[in-house]
Design a binder for this molecule. Structure first.
Ligand code: SF4
Length: 328
């Protein structure tokens, strides 16, 4: 059975170890277009529609924003037993976050058994963790050699099925564009013509810090634990909990200094000259960061708002072009 995940911080390796198929929603087909309610984030709404059209699958929502929480509430009525709400701890300092995350994994494990998964063995979990860790490391290394579109699609595919597939020949990033960072919420494949629009405007995305972008991969420098060695299941679960919390770099965390530290290092190292802040209309979490990003990094920030689930990159192109020209 396919188990759809709406947050990159819910570990797919854990779901895979239960014999189920984890599927990151960023690669799923474009959901059908229906009128949206005012103020409702189009991504959260798209997730609800996706779940409604796949009643045979399971969906994991997370508590990192109220809109997804409400989406979960709505679906518990229409898809009873098929949706799960993962409580992502906002706090990452001290042991509290570790305790909360560990108990959420336990709860998620029980849910996965109820929908047909089998109890994971230490071998299955260790192998699944090792496979995902390797794929994340390979993708971190591959980033510099790919075009923004190629990399964005490869990341979405990784979240879909755990594979590293850069789509044939490397389509090298243009060398002459203005270096930009794309920071913000989810950028599913059906919205990725935004990346082409940026390139056409002579911008060069050297940092994809959207929800399922490079930001979701963790740090290349994270210590390599040997998951396949003979660890007992509880030890592996503890390792998984720690690695998930270490990897998590997001705007909902309190304090969200880790996000700023993660960005600071990369913005400087990659010579970024401007930030494109990507968010869905109705997403206060990201929209509220515009001023903080300007102040923290002293860089110009352009807000790009997606008002619909389908791409509106064409509408955005003129603004992107003006922004890039102002940096030239
Ligand atoms: S884009 Fe923002 S509002 Fe929408 S689901 Fe993600 S965090 Fe929530």
């Amino acid at each position: 059975m396919q188990v759809f995940i709406t947050s990159p911080w819910v570990p797919p390796e854990f779901i895979g170890a239960h014999g189920l198929e984890p599927r990151g929603v960023w690669f799923a087909a474009e959901p059908s277009q229906l009128p949206l309610g005012a103020g409702i984030c189009a991504f959260a709404q798209a997730m609800i529609r996706l779940a409604e059209t796949r009643p045979e699958s399971a969906f994991i929502f997370s508590t990192h924003c109220d809109q997804l929480r409400r989406g979960f509430d709505a679906l518990t009525l229409t898809l009873p037993g098929r949706v799960f709400l993962f409580n992502l701890p906002a706090t990452w300092q001290g042991r509290v976050g570790e305790r909360i995350f560990g108990s959420e994994l336990e709860r998620l494990g029980s849910f996965l058994l109820k929908i047909g998964g089998y109890p994971p063995t230490a071998k299955a979990l260790g192998e699944s963790m090792a496979r995902y860790r390797l794929a994340r490391s390979r993708l971190i290394e591959a980033g510099a050699d790919c075009s923004a579109r190629q990399y964005g699609e490869a990341l979405a595919r990784f979240h879909w099925d755990g594979t590293v597939n850069l789509g044939g020949e490397a389509q090298h990033a243009r060398a002459d564009g203005i270096a930009l960072a794309l920071v913000g919420g989810p950028l599913p494949t059906w919205q990725m013509d935004l990346l082409d629009a940026i390139e056409r405007a002579r911008g060069r995305v050297v940092l994809n810090a959207t929800e399922a972008g490079e930001r979701s991969l963790g740090l290349a420098s994270q210590p390599e634990a040997d998951y396949t060695a003979s660890h007992a299941l509880p030890d592996l679960l503890q390792l998984l909990t720690r690695s998930c919390l270490e990897r998590c770099v997001d705007v909902f965390q309190r304090p969200n200094t880790r996000l700023y530290l993660w960005l600071k290092e990369r913005l400087a190292a990659r010579g970024v000259r401007g930030i494109l802040l990507w968010h869905f209309v109705g997403c206060d979490l990201w929209r509220a960061e515009a001023q903080s990003l300007r102040e923290a990094f002293g860089l110009p920030v352009l807000l790009l708002a997606a008002s619909e689930a389908r791409s509106d990159a064409l509408r955005q192109s003129t603004r992107i072009q003006a922004f890039v020209e102002s940096l030239g």
